[in-house]
Design a protein around this ligand. Sequence first.
Ligand code: B4P
Length: 193
Amino acid sequence: MFNLILFGPPGSGKGTQSEKLIDKYGLMHLSTGNLLREEIVNQTKLGLEAKRFMDNGQLVPDSVVIGMIRSAIEHNPASKGFLFDGFPRTVAQAEALDELLAEKQAEINAFLALEVSREELIGRLLNRGKTSGRSDDVNEDIISARIQEYENKTAPVAGYYEQFDKGVRVKGEGDIDQIFDSLCREIDAKMLV
Ligand code: B4P
């Protein structure tokens, strides 16, 4: 099993690059953002609870997203590996993921962090908000709140993986295909280990 985390602030290109990476490596894509939006569309109890946080640019409680990821992993026992996109977003989520994978005699093999400036992130998200229908992308105050949540609660997750020598930082600005090539180089190197 090869398990990869694609990490970065909101709008850094995680969703964009994940689509390309799952095609190339045949990994199963697990995006907590997409899973939560599905719950909202289906108007489930979980979705209604999550919406209150997402609409304000806040992280959804750890217990909710950890439960969703546990269930997704358990429903896909034959997967050759997972690409985690937007998860873990707190150190508690990272510790829970390690425990879930250890139960399957598996681990995180690579942690790739996309680095993008704050100005570029805001520009990308406002631009996506014109067409995405995502309420959290249209208002600059909510976008700023999401970036603040990232800085306070999510950025420390990089240090968690770096202590195990698993973290690699990749420039996330510029041409989408060139960023993809940089990510692939890092993944190929980790696959040889
Ligand atoms: P997510 O769905 O993960 O949203 P995101 O961080 O905005 O997406 P992403 O980073 O993938 O966007 P992308 O760059 O691809 O989370 C939404 C919300 O869900 C969170 O705020 C939180 O409330 C909740 N949530 C999710 N996971 C959670 C968790 N684990 N714990 C708690 N809460 C959680 O795309 C951005 C735009 O940039 C696109 O328009 C794209 O076309 C463009 N773009 C991409 N690469 C580009 C490039 N190189 N150049 C120019 N534009 C580019």
